[in-house]
Design a protein around this ligand. Structure first.
Ligand code: PLP
Length: 423
């Protein structure tokens, strides 16, 4: 561990030593009305725009203008197989094999499509296990799946809760749940990194536990993709889904990622919703063939995809490919470590970090709990040029993102926080 100091000189020195510091300049950093750069700490919500994105999208606009429908085969990046240009780098990011990964649809839609295949309730085994403070969309999605299959959407949900007075869930409690209810649970669906606390779950451990009790296991990795090394293949999870507009910087509402473990790649008996894009590529355009399932995650695609959105994803993934997750995570641990140290230096009883202290159990986000749910603190931070977000009931989430945030960002953020707290 470094000998951190909450001093500007120290932050400057760290930025000079940082082998990724040049990447900040490859992004558009939002500015205030006077033209000063804001301190952007919400890459966990919407990642910043790479400066190259425009050119990637323009390429497709131009090919469309010049080629019309011929662009499907004649464009510089032929549209027919455009999603394939994303597969390898996305697989590297989430630690999967190319056959296990596809970019398609949006996140909650993918979660539903995965549950069509991997939520197979029976009369006695139909419940879904989820962490208590899960992202609302995930909770709504599993409840609607329960209703869809004719089950009660309250009784059918088992919550993995933090203990009274604690913020983080704990694995002993998870084991207790499985021992008591394991044979009632059809599906375990957990947010890989909890969006509220920033707790990074042990995907492999949860998967093992779930499988031991005969459950299928999936993760929503919206807060993990591009943030931590997910090692999805190795985790053994049956499926995972994530979006690309948070840490993967692909633009608001952009397409999502989907992982299906290799063990299911050639299983044609899995129920699923299909369309022409799940059909064998060689014969797709004969149009009259009997349905012939594409193997792997690609076999869950339905439609020909939106190329403009994919172009933005490609711009971002090409940058991730250049950096690599190893270097990114190395800097991330250092940067978030500095952030944690600096906040703790304030030693202020008004605020408390609820994110795990162990760097292996978190990504770059720190969730700062504010005493008496004082939302004014978040408001004042915003006025001071710090973009963070408030999450009900009482947390300010801040994510120093290693690709574009600097040690100076962290220093200035904490210094302003200090001034506001001392007012
Ligand atoms: C961001 C996020 C979502 C958002 O879902 P969309 O379908 O992309 O609108 C859902 N779940 C989790 C865990 C998230 O972090």
């Amino acid at each position: 561990m470094l000998n951190y100091k909450l001093e500007l000189d120290f932050a400057l020195e760290q930025d000079q030593k940082d082998e990724l510091s040049a990447f900040r300049n490859k992004f558009h950093i939002p500015k205030d009305k006077k033209g000063n750069e804001l301190i952007y700490m919400t890459g966990n919500s919407l990642g910043l725009q790479p400066k190259t994105t425009k050119a990637y999208i323009n390429q497709e606009l131009e090919d469309w203008a010049n080629l019309g429908v011929e662009g499907h085969t004649e464009a510089k990046n032929p549209w027919l197989k455009y999603h394939e240009f994303l597969t390898e780098s996305m697989a590297n990011i989430v630690g999967a094999k190319p056959i296990e990964v596809v970019v398609m649809n949006t996140l909650t839609a993918n979660l539903h499509f995965m549950m069509v295949s991997f939520y197979k309730p029976t009369k006695t085994r139909y419940k879904i296990l989820i962490e208590a403070d899960s992202f609302p969309s995930d909770k709504y999605a599993i409840e609607s799946q329960l209703r869809h299959h004719g089950f009660d959407d309250k009784e059918g949900v088992i919550l993995w809760k933090a203990r009274q007075g604690e913020e983080l869930t704990n694995y002993d409690d998870l084991e207790t749940i499985f021992e008591a209810h394991g044979n009632e649970i059809a599906l375990v669906m957990i947010g890989g990194i909890n969006y509220y606390t920033g707790q990074y779950f042990d995907l492999k451990r949860i998967t093992k536990l779930g499988h031991k009790h005969g459950c299928l296991v999936g993760f929503d990795c919206a807060h993990g993709a591009g943030n931590v090394e997910l090692n999805l293949h190795d985790s053994g999870a049956d499926f995972a889904v994530w979006c690309t507009y948070k840490y993967l910087n692909s633009g608001p509402g952009s397409l999502a990622g989907c992982f299906v473990h290799e063990r299911h790649a050639y299983n044609k008996s899995l129920n699923r919703f299909t369309g022409w894009w799940s059909h064998n590529k060689q014969t797709r355009f004969r149009m009259r063939d009997e349905f012939d399932q594409l193997p792997g995650a690609e076999g869950w695609q339905l439609s020909n995809p939106p190329i403009l959105s994919m172009a933005a994803i490609k711009a971002s993934l090409d940058m991730f490919q250049e950096v690599g997750m190893k270097k990114l995570v190395k800097k991330s641990k250092n940067l978030t470590g500095y952030f944690e140290f600096s906040i703790n230096e304030l030693n202020n009883e008004h605020i408390k970090i609820i994110t795990p202290k162990n760097p292996e159990e978190r990504g770059c986000q720190l969730s700062i709990q504010v005493k008496n749910a004082d939302k004014l603190l978040h408001h004042k931070l915003t006025e001071a040029g710090i973009i963070s977000d408030w999450r009900e009931p009482d947390v300010i989430r801040c994510a120093p993102v290693p690709l574009y945030n600097s040690f100076q960002d962290v220093y200035h953020m904490v210094n302003k926080l200090k001034a506001i707290l001392n007012e």
